[in-house]
Design a protein around this ligand. Sequence first.
Ligand code: PMP
Ligand code: GLU
Length: 432
Amino acid sequence: MRTKREHLHINLNLNVRGLKTSSTLAINEKSQELVNAGKEVFKFGLGQSPFPVPEIVVEALRRNAHQKDYLPVKGLQSLREAVASYNFRTQKLTTDPAHILIGPGSKELIFLLQLVYYGDLIIPTPSWVSYSPQAHIIGRHVRWVPTREENNWRLSYEDLEKICREDPERPRIVILNYPSNPTGYTYPIERLKLLAKVARKYKVILVSDEIYGGIHHQGQHVSIARFYPEGTIVSSGLSKWCGAGGWRLGTFSFPSNLSWLQDAISVVASETFTSTSAPIQHAAVTAFEDHPEIDLYLHHSRRILKSIAHFMTDRFHEMGLDIQLPQGGFYMFPNFTPFRQRLASRGIMNSLDLANRLLDETGVAVLPGSDFARNGDELTARMAYVDFDGQRALLAASENFQENGLNGSFVKEYCPKIVKGFDRLGNWFLDL
Ligand code: PMP
Ligand code: GLU
């Protein structure tokens, strides 16, 4: 006999049956439950900016709290103009404001693109957790392209060419995310050019997910749209560089010859979310404008993230891992393979076992490499280095640590949970 619950379950759409809450959100909820139960948890799970939204943007939101009307489906005109200027200012990209689409998070826009476009989806692994569940929900075929650690997990143009050559006419979307979630690495210009060349040859549509572009640690993010403007949709938003994940505002910048895709997405948007929250769109105009306060905020955010990246890389080296310094964002993707035998002797055979045991035995919350489409038995994990008081760290970086590089003592003082989490992690591996 089926239980009543099981009866309900079989009425679920096949593509949704068995799917679970996205792992980034699930680890956050689990970590919070453990904290509520009195356990000390080091939250390297959810990738959420630790920094506050810049005050000038918060003030813009205050001023716009009264905005109550539905806005145009594609987005507020002044915001689309501000995003176009931002694209030009930061990347020298010319985007027609008419070809900018505003959505409630870039996650939703990426989903809608997959929904409206008929074609294969090519995703390098490791990749962000949500692209492929989105494809699964829609019933879209995903072609994974494994990358190698020695290459800093970057998609090679040779691999892309090999796939495209198999069936040159096939419609395809390639998702490229850099600086990368989960690895923190980005592409040198030469590699972007080579990838762009292949993309142009086979007319693939590139979704360039640049949501971490604003927090390239040296402020030197370069968009592939510079080299393949006619086929690249640049995906971005407020969530990472502006500390506003919960505001839910994402942007797609289309080249003019792909405006038919923008129109198709807008039609679906008009039948689903209607338009993005009005006060948030009005406030976002300020975020995309050129303001010295925002430049300063970004300058210090990057310095802080860079100093933590150095700290973590050094600690991994001390543990015997061969890992390179991340270049942007707030993630690292260590590979614990050198510990494989010792982990196996404790019954830890794969990345999921590793993540579970780390949380249980040390309180360090990470996500397993398998969530990023890596083989389950690879001993990789994603660590988001965001468990610190971003407001306090920003204040100290701007007031007391003006000129010098921020060193380990800054991290010790302003990011104590990261340091303690690493102590726990290091000791646990030492004791295996
Ligand atoms: N792309 C990547 C790589 C991400 O890490 C995220 C997570 N925020 C998103 C897209 C979606 O961001 P949002 O929906 O907040 O714009
Ligand atoms: N992108 C963030 C992460 O990878 C979390 C937010 C989300 O998944 O929507 O942890």
